[in-house]
Each structure stands twice: as C-alpha cells, then as structure tokens.
Design a protein. Structure first.
Lengths: 243, 64
C-alpha cells in the first residue's frame, strides 16, 4: 500500500492547505505494530488516518491508539494526519511494540507547546528551533544522535529532557525560563558539556526547579571553565550532575 | 539509605536510586532516578538501593 498526499485530498476541505505528513518507519513485513498511540490537544476536530485504510474522526479525544497488522516491507506509512497543523498545541507519541523508528519533524506545528516522544527508537528530531511557544520537550530513551536541538529561540521553554540517547554536541544559548534540563546518558563531548553549563550560567536563572543533569554513562566530564560554571550554578540554587 | 543535605560532588553509580528535594518546601525537584555521576545541590539528596526505598522516604516525609 502506498499512501500519498494525493490519495487523501478527497476527504479534506479543498480550501485548506494540503496536510503535512508525519511519517514513521514501521517494522518489516509480517510484523504487527501494536499500541501505537498519539495524544493531542487541538482547537478543532481531528481526523486520524492510520495509513492502512482505516481512520478515526475524533472530536475532543485526548489519546487514541491503533494496532497495525500486515505491514509491508519498507513501507513508510502515515499514521497521523491533520487538516491544519497549527491547530495542535500538544502532541504525545505513545510507546508501540516494537518501538517506532524513523525521524520526527515538528516544524509545521507552529502553535505547539508540548511535545513528547519517549521510549521509542526514533533517530532524528528536527523542527523545534523556531517554535517560540514550546514549553516542554521530552525525547528520552530513543536513538537520537549528533547535534542536540538548538534551543536559542525557544524563549519560553521550561523543561527539556533527552536522557538516554546518543547526542554528541550542543551549541547555542538557552532561555532563562528553562529550569529543568536532562541530557544524562548520551555521548556528549567535553566541549558539549562545557557549552551546556556555560549556556545556563549565561541564562542566569535564579528561581524555580533548577535541575541540570549531564551525568550518566558515556557523557564526558566538564573541564576548566566548565567546572567553574558548575560551581557558579550551584551558587544560584541549581542542582547539577556531571561526570 | 543516605540523606545528604547540600551535597557537593556526591558520587552515585548506575545501580543506585536517588532524588533531590527542598527540605523547606518539601517539593521534590528531581524525582527518583538511576543515574551515575557527581551531584551538587543546595537542597537535600537521598540515595537508596531501590526505587521502593525512595518512595518510602517520600511518603514517610510527606514530600511531593
């Protein structure tokens, strides 16, 4: 089964823009994907197209789930589709069996405030850098690698968690609204760890939760200015864990 | 179980469970986790062998 934009147009109001597709890579032929779920908050009714010929029209549903069967080899399905991306303010991707892989791009969801995709196997997460309304991001227990998301423009972000991934690098600044940051058990280099500590010193947050965790297996330890920055954060009420 | 006020570079290993709370407000700032590293905090650190021990301490001390 090939699932493409053109095959969906008929069910949409033609005055609306084409839907944006959020795609995941599903398991190989013959497998069953069970308990795939998405929770969301939106300002309008939502139709979920599961990509296997079935769909659900939902009014104020918070979480919906679907079990896939007879998945074809190498097929990328479209488990989630909307008539307008910007109606969404909250998206929670549940845990499936086996875990979802593939990449997620949240850039189209311009009014998103909350995004969570934990305990899956996604390898890429993009599109968050210009979503100025994001408050919370949860990416724990996946296979994300390379550069951590740039948080410089997330001006109201209060919580970012991405522990137990394979992130290596971090650069840029963080907002002084950010008071919980977890990137423990990644592959962060000394430079990345030092950059994160420096970013939080620069942000100068002195109220709120103030938890910063860069410990865990495989992250490098801070050095030089990084150690000084760790002490500085402790002095203004932060709880800091490093290797 | 160890209860450590104002920990400075307290070393934990991957098997241990620990959390951080504000002893004045009773608010849990870092819920129980298993995470190795060196932790410093102006608050109180509790280290235990199991998550259940942490939960027991939280209940006994009315932390939230």
């Amino acid at each position: 089964m090939v699932f493409n934009r053109e095959s969906l147009i008929g069910i949409y109001d033609s005055s609306l823009p084409y839907p944006s597709f959020w795609t995941f890579s599903l398991p190989a032929s013959g497998n069953t994907l069970s308990n795939f779920s998405i929770g969301y908050t939106s300002s309008k009714n939502v139709r979920v197209l599961w990509g296997d010929g079935t769909n659900d029209s939902l009014a104020t549903q918070v979480v919906t789930s679907h079990n896939y069967t007879n998945i074809k080899t190498g097929l990328t399905l479209v488990p989630f589709d909307v008539n307008r991306d910007n109606i969404f303010t909250k998206i929670v991707c549940g845990i499936s069996s086996p875990a979802l892989s593939g990449t997620v791009n949240i850039a189209p969801y311009s009014n998103l405030t909350f995004f969570s995709n934990t305990n899956n196997n996604i390898t890429g997460f993009t599109g968050s850098q210009n979503l100025s309304g994001l408050l919370e991001i949860y990416l724990n227990n996946n296979s994300l690698s390379g550069n951590m998301p740039t948080l410089t423009n997330n001006n109201v972000l209060s919580r970012f968690e991405a522990y137990n991934n394979k992130y290596i690098n971090f650069s840029g600044n963080v907002s002084n609204t950010l008071d919980t940051f977890r990137a423990d058990s990644n592959l962060l280099t000394t430079t990345a760890v030092n950059n994160i500590l420096a970013a939080f010193v620069s942000a100068s947050r002195t109220t709120g939760n103030r938890v910063l965790n860069l410990g865990g297996s495989n992250n490098a330890a801070p050095t030089g200015q990084g150690l000084t920055d760790k002490s500085s954060l402790l002095g203004v009420g932060w709880t800091v864990t490093t290797n | 179980m160890q209860v450590i006020p104002q920990p400075v570079d307290i070393l934990t290993n991957e098997a241990q469970w620990w959390f951080i709370y504000n002893s004045y407000t009773s608010l849990i700032l870092q819920p129980p986790i298993q995470c190795s590293g060196k932790t410093s905090s102006p608050h109180t650190m509790v280290i235990a062998d199991t998550e259940a021990e942490c939960e027991g301490y939280i209940i006994q001390n009315n932390l939230n």
